[in-house]
Design a protein around this ligand. Structure first.
Ligand code: CP3
Length: 377
């Protein structure tokens, strides 16, 4: 339903076209056929593949959202966060805002990692200034058995938002699709909300390891279907967020997290995959064996030691501390130059070490991005 095989097979034919037109087939001019355009800026894709780039590309985690007054206007117009995520026209609009306003080298589709638990049977709410909340959580085998393996068709609003965004981007920059990593998704399904320690989720790993594996397997299958749907809808590259990687021990991380991330990397062969495992400094060497193109670093991970642990087969992404963006302009410029030099000219996509905080000023974010875009080795 989301495929346009003609578009895909025709892709090579438009390689030389500078201005490819909207796919011409009048009866098919609907949301399910994104315009085929040669990307005008493919720096991020080239960097991900390890090819040469004229400069270091940049995008930011949480670039679409509360730091932009323009985002707040759209959000207020529509009501709540979920309504925004579930309305493709508005989701596409806020996805494109940071490309227009901040000048980033990629858009990331406006959605949330929690759409997967919902598609599997656990609806969530986003409570203002508190965060996510699930009315039902996973406690036992029968709860797991009741969950369905999600398919792309269960999340039509994400697929529609991606297709619409691709159309509206007109090939200016690539579009990043994303999903949560199985361990991080399991954490929310068991806790039902955010937590400092995620001790309920960790307890489940120690007390019910077999059930944990059953649940992780179902989440992994759902995530693969979901990412393949995003790619068929037009995502040019995908990122897996393992936000709670850092609370597991290295052994637990291997057993309950990496194994499933590895299955996702093996299954997604269509586009480059970025793995961002926040706090998993201990897993860097293991992660270098994954079939992914890019590994995201947080700011606790030293750049040189990370390169040594991971090697040159992967592109590295990151890793500025978002709190730098509270500093003076001079400090932002000097620290950004330091980061760029430490990564070097090859195989680097500039980003923060985690998402932007809501109270960071837009002008500081712009300065960070402009500093990266102006820098030449
Ligand atoms: O710009 C982008 O990065 C794209 C959009 C995006 C959102 N969430 C929108 C959002 C992405 C990639 C995410 C991923 C996500 N969601 C993660 C992984 C990344 C990370 O930060 O570690 C996680 C853990 C979630 C779950 C989630 N969503 C939480 C815990 C919260 C509440 C805390 C918070 O950051 O506000 C959300 C809400 C959320 N997701 C908002 C946005 C813009 C804020 C809602 C609002 O006020 O509009």
């Amino acid at each position: 339903m989301f495929h346009c095989t003609e578009c895909q097979s025709a892709e090579s034919k438009v390689e030389d076209q500078n201005e490819a037109d909207f796919h011409q087939e009048p009866e098919r001019q609907n949301l399910y056929f994104w315009p085929l355009m040669k990307l005008q800026n493919d720096l991020i894709l080239r960097a991900a593949r390890g090819e040469k780039t004229e400069r270091t590309p940049v995008w930011l985690m949480r670039q679409a959202g509360r730091i932009l007054p323009e985002y707040r206007v759209v959000r207020e117009k529509i009501g709540g966060f979920k309504e925004l995520v579930e309305t493709p026209e508005f989701a596409a609009e806020v996805t494109i805002q940071p490309v227009d306003i901040l000048g980033v080298d990629a858009a990331i589709i406006f959605s949330d990692i929690l759409v997967i638990p919902e598609a599997m049977g656990l609806p969530y709410q986003m409570i203002e200034s508190k965060g996510p909340w699930f009315e039902r959580t996973i406690e036992n085998k029968s709860d797991i058995d009741k969950l369905k393996i999600a398919e792309a068709g269960d999340l039509p609003y994400v697929m529609d938002a991606i297709q619409l965004t691709k159309k509206e981007l007109k090939g200016r920059v690539p579009l990043i699709g994303f999903a949560g990593a199985p361990w991080t998704i399991l954490s929310y399904m068991i806790e039902g909300r955010g937590s400092k320690t995620f001790s309920k989720a960790k307890k489940f790993l120690y007390t019910e390891p077999l059930l944990a594996h059953q649940l992780l397997d179902k989440i992994t299958r759902s995530t693969i279907n979901y990412l393949k749907g995003q790619i068929a809808s037009g995502a040019d590259i995908v990122q897996i967020f393992d936000s709670w990687a850092g609370i597991l021990s290295p052994d637990q991380y291997n057993e309950f997290a990496l194994r499933y991330i590895s299955a996702i990397c093996d299954a997604i062969t269509e586009v480059p995959v970025i793995i961002f495992a926040k706090g998993a400094f201990f897993a860097r060497e293991e992660m270098s064996k994954l079939k992914c193109s890019v590994i995201g670093l947080d700011w606790n991970m030293g750049i040189e030691e990370s390169r040594k642990a991971i090697g040159w087969d992967k592109t590295l992404q990151g890793n500025m501390d978002p709190c730098l963006l509270y500093a003076t302009d001079e400090k932002i410029v000097s620290e950004t130059h330091k980061m760029l030099k430490a990564f070097g000219p090859k195989r680097h996509i500039a980003n923060l070490g985690h998402g932007l905080y809501p109270d960071i000023e837009k002008e500081k974010v712009k300065l960070f991005i402009e500093t990266i875009k102006k820098f030449r080795f």
